[in-house]
Design a binder for this molecule. Sequence first.
Ligand code: DQA
Length: 154
Amino acid sequence: MSARPVIAVLNGPNLNLLGERDPHAYGTVTLPEIEKLCHTAADRLGYDLDFRQTNHEGVLVDAIHELRHRAAGVVVNAAALSHTSVGLRDALAVVDGPVVEVHLSNIHRREAFRHHSYVAEVADGIVTGCGARGYAMAVEHVAHLADERIGDRS
Ligand code: DQA
């Protein structure tokens, strides 16, 4: 087992299609490239990374349950489920560590149905509209919050 604490980065539906899906909104960076960015950020801060993507709400809820005590912090881009899923919101509410929500696009500048996020109600911070770089920012912030909670590990 790893000696380093873990930051989980969870991705919801359709994010496996990044690179080909609506590049005007989401850019051309692929999910494997985003995973690399997150890995570099987490590693630099002394964390291991658990990076996942699923198109299924229940799988995401199960992943959150599995990680709720194990992850030092969770970064989540729930994609469309952000705007629809009370179940996902309730699962995130029982996570021990800090939760940071991330969106590639600025959801407040888009269609009205994207303006509300259930995830935001249980998130310690939100990064939206900063593209793929936003993931690295979210990892950095969740690590900072986790460090504060478990005491500075340096
Ligand atoms: C998204 C924004 C959501 O509204 C959308 O459904 C997505 C991606 C983003 O990263 O900008 O799939 O979460």
